[in-house]
Design a protein around this ligand. Structure first.
Ligand code: NAD
Length: 324
C-alpha cells in the first residue's frame, strides 16, 4: 500500500487516477480501474446527451461497487454541449468526485460544491492551479508538457512543473503527463505529488473500449511520434502523429484558420479511429509516454504491477543509495 494525502482524502486504495479521455472513458474501463483500487473517471462528453451519461453511470455501477468519478471538460468546441445539464446529471446520479478541466473551474464549482462533490481540477500551470485552490477545489491534477490532449501554452515539463506546484499549493497534487509505470509514480511522489494520473497508459489496457489496432499502434510508437496541433490558435493539443495531424500542423503553420482544418480535426472523425482501428482516419490523442508502453495488460495487472514495482523501487534501489 502506498498511502498519501490523496488516498486518505479521496478514500481510494492506490494513488493512481485514470483521468478524462474523450471517447475512451467509458464504463468498462472505469469500472476495471475502480475494481483495481485506483480512481477512474467516466468522460461526460463521450456520452451524446446528459440522459446517456446517467445510463453510463448506472452501467458502471453494475460493473463495480467501488467509487468512481466523472470528468467534465470545457474547451473550445464545434457544437457547445449543455454543460449545466451534464452537471445536473452528475450530481443527481450521486457521483462524489468530479474532474474538471479545460477552463476556469468557477462555474463548475458553483454546481458541484453545494452538492458535496469533491472536485479535482486538471490544469497545466502553477498560476491556474493556485487560482483553482483559491476557488476551493479539493485537489489539482497538474499536466506537464509531455501529456496527451491539451498541455497548455507554457511548455513546462513535469520535472519542473510538479515541484513548482508542490512549492506553492496546500491541497493534494496529482502529477499528470508522462507517467506510465512505477518509475514515474515514484518520481512524482519524490517531486512532491500525492498521486499520479495516467491516460495513454490506461488507453492501452485490455478493458479500454477502443480497437485493438490502436492499442497495437501505441505499443509500437516511440516518444517522438506525437504532434502539437492548434498551436497558433492557442488551443494546443498533443495527438498521435499521422497523416491527418501532420496536415493540420502544416496548414495552421502556413496561416490557415480553424475553419480550414475543421473537417480534419472534428472529434466525430477521431472517434472512428477508436471504433474502426484505422489510425490514419482522423485525430486521436496520445502522449509522449507511448514510448514507454509495450504491452496491453489488464487494468488489474497494470495497477498491481505499478504499485508492486513502486514499493520495490523505494525499498530497493532508492534505499540502497543511502545504504539501506
Ligand atoms: P470538437 O469536434 O468540437 O473539436 C475538435 C477539436 O477542435 C477539439 O480539440 C477542440 O478543442 C478544437 N476546437 C473546436 N473549436 C475550436 C475553435 N474554434 N478554435 C480552436 N480549436 C477548436 O470536439 P470533440 O473532439 O468532438 O470533443 C467533444 C467534446 O469533448 C468537446 O466539448 C470537447 O471540449 C470535449 N473534450 C473532452 C476531452 C476530455 O478528455 N475530457 C478531451 C477533448 C475534448
Amino acid at each position: 500500500m502506498l498511502r498519501t494525502r490523496f488516498t486518505e482524502e479521496f478514500g481510494v486504495e492506490h494513488p493512481i487516477v485514470q483521468g478524462g479521455m474523450q471517447w475512451v472513458g467509458r464504463a468498462e474501463l472505469v469500472a476495471a480501474v475502480a475494481n483495481s483500487g485506483a480512481l477512474g473517471m467516466l468522460t461526460a462528453l463521450t456520452q451524446p446527451t446528459p440522459e446517456d451519461l446517467v445510463k453510463e453511470i448506472a452501467r458502471c455501477r453494475d460493473l463495480t461497487d467501488k467509487p468512481f468519478g466523472v470528468n467534465l471538460t470545457i474547451l473550445p468546441t464545434i457544437t457547445p454541449p449543455p454543460y449545466a445539464e451534464y452537471r445536473q446529471a452528475i450530481v443527481e446520479s450521486g457521483i462524489r468526485v468530479v474532474e474538471t478541466a479545460g477552463s476556469n473551474p468557477a462555474e463548475q464549482l458553483a454546481a458541484f460544491q453545494p452538492a458535496g462533490v469533491k472536485v479535482i481540477h486538471k490544469c497545466t500551470s502553477v498560476r491556474h492551479a493556485l487560482k483553482a485552490q483559491q476557488l476551493g477545489v479539493d485537489a489539482v491534477s497538474i499536466d506537464g508538457f509531455e501529456c496527451a490532449g491539451h498541455p497548455g501554452e507554457d511548455d513546462i515539463p513535469g520535472l519542473v512543473l510538479i515541484p513548482r506546484a508542490a512549492d506553492e499549493l496546500d491541497i493534494p497534487i496529482i502529477a499528470s503527463g508522462g507517467i506510465a509505470d512505477a518509475r514515474g509514480l515514484v518520481a512524482a511522489l519524490a517531486l512532491g505529488a500525492d498521486g499520479v494520473n495516467m491516460g495513454t497508459r490506461f488507453m492501452c489496457t485490455a478493458e479500454s473500449p477502443i480497437h485493438d489496432a490502436v492499442k497495437q499502434r501505441l505499443t509500437e510508437a516511440d516518444e517522438r511520434e506525437t504532434e502539437l496541433i492548434f498551436r497558433p490558435l492557442r488551443n494546443t493539443a498533443r495527438v498521435a502523429s499521422n497523416s491527418v495531424s501532420r496536415e493540420v500542423v502544416e496548414k495552421l503553420d502556413a496561416g490557415a484558420g480553424f475553419e480550414d482544418v475543421r473537417e480534419l480535426v472534428a472529434g466525430a472523425r477521431g472517434r472512428e479511429v477508436y471504433e474502426r482501428g484505422d489510425t490514419e482516419l482522423g485525430i486521436w490523442s496520445a502522449g509522449m509516454v507511448q514510448g514507454l508502453i509495450d504491452d496491453v495488460p489488464t487494468v488489474d495487472e497494470l495497477v498491481t504491477r505499478i504499485v508492486g514495482q513502486a514499493r520495490e523501487l523505494i525499498e530497493g534501489r532508492l534505499a540502497r543509495t543511502i545504504g539501506g
